[in-house]
Design a protein around this ligand. Sequence first.
Ligand SMILES: O=P(O)(O)OC[C@H]1O[C@H](O[C@H]2O[C@H](CO)[C@@H](O)[C@H](O)[C@H]2O)[C@H](O)[C@@H](O)[C@@H]1O
Length: 374
Amino acid sequence: MDGAHTLRQAALVSRVSFEPLSMLEQNGLTRDGSGVSAQSDSEFEAWREEHPCALHSFDQIAALAANKLVAVFLDYDGTLTPIVSNPDLALMSDHARAAVRRVAQLFPTAIISGRGREKVQQFVQLAELYYAGSHGMDIVGPDVEGTPHADLAFQPAAQYEPLMDAVYEELAAGVAQIAGSSVEHNKFCVSVHFRNCDPDDYPAVVGVVEAVAAAHPELRVTRGRKVLEVRPQVDWDKGTALAHLLELLGLADPDRVVCLYIGDDRTDEDAFKVLAERRLGGGILVSTKPKPTAALWTLRDPAEVAAFLNRLVAWGQTNDNLWHSVGSCTGWAMCPSMRRRSQEATLQARAAVACPAPAGCNVTDSSSAGRGAR
Ligand SMILES: O=P(O)(O)OC[C@H]1O[C@H](O[C@H]2O[C@H](CO)[C@@H](O)[C@H](O)[C@H]2O)[C@H](O)[C@@H](O)[C@@H]1O
């Protein structure tokens, strides 16, 4: 595919919002799916001056969060699991799962992924989380007493489900002859993977995706890590999904809440921007390479993400002030961590009344469980 043809295609298919590969190359960028060229250590260090390591900056983050409620939003692939060549084998380690479970016991915690929601739930296996699959187009709340919280369920692109089934078939047929390619149905979006293709075949994959997108004006295409993601032309992405959950749960007030969003991909930038615009905490980009980002901080890989989450847990367990803003959160009753905190607060308040002299006082009143203290 020559450059002029690529530009004509881009103009013709103006809703295709990713840069064609040949355009990336014209701009001196690489084919490794990251969209950035090889960088030296010194360039990486210079970039990290602007986007410091979240572990090294932990005290600064803790200072921002003092006397506020912390909310945690996590991407899945590349953030909680390392990138692997077979998407079906991107399994979460027990260590990472334990870290997320501990975080969710203390703070409202959500996963926002490009994956289909049910698939990411199967990978993560934690019922106490909020999940937003299909880049936020399929939202559910945590289980309440064993049942998914129906009030939170939201699918802004529900009417496109039959179209996405058809598009999946068209894309699968289109790339069937391209060795190494694969197509993944993520319910309200379809991923076309080229990680395992010969780089000479990348343009052929792009061509198939462009042709299918051109045939359906209701579609747009975004780009992730060696993947093209075909989705409905709706004004909804990880950023709007994040904003939706923050509003729904009463977590949108920067005076009371610090929100941390950890992600590794271009699509996570929409969420980083929401936090930056609202000055509501900040994004943490997972990357070993310098790249333009709206995130405030960085981590190198999923191992550092797990270390950061464990640090957050250790801090949360010793921080007495966090729960004061719980009463202001309209969605607090739906959130397991909030319910637990309010139960603890009730116990502490009762203990203080029943036993004003704390020495030797060991109140274990389980009768208040579930009542909450607002
Ligand atoms: O939003 P995310 O949770 O990061 O999902 C984005 C895409 O992630 C997956 O693909 C990526 O990870 C795969 C497994 O490590 C890797 O093989 C692939 O090259 C990456 O692009 C997932 O398979 C896609 O469907 C998601 O759209």
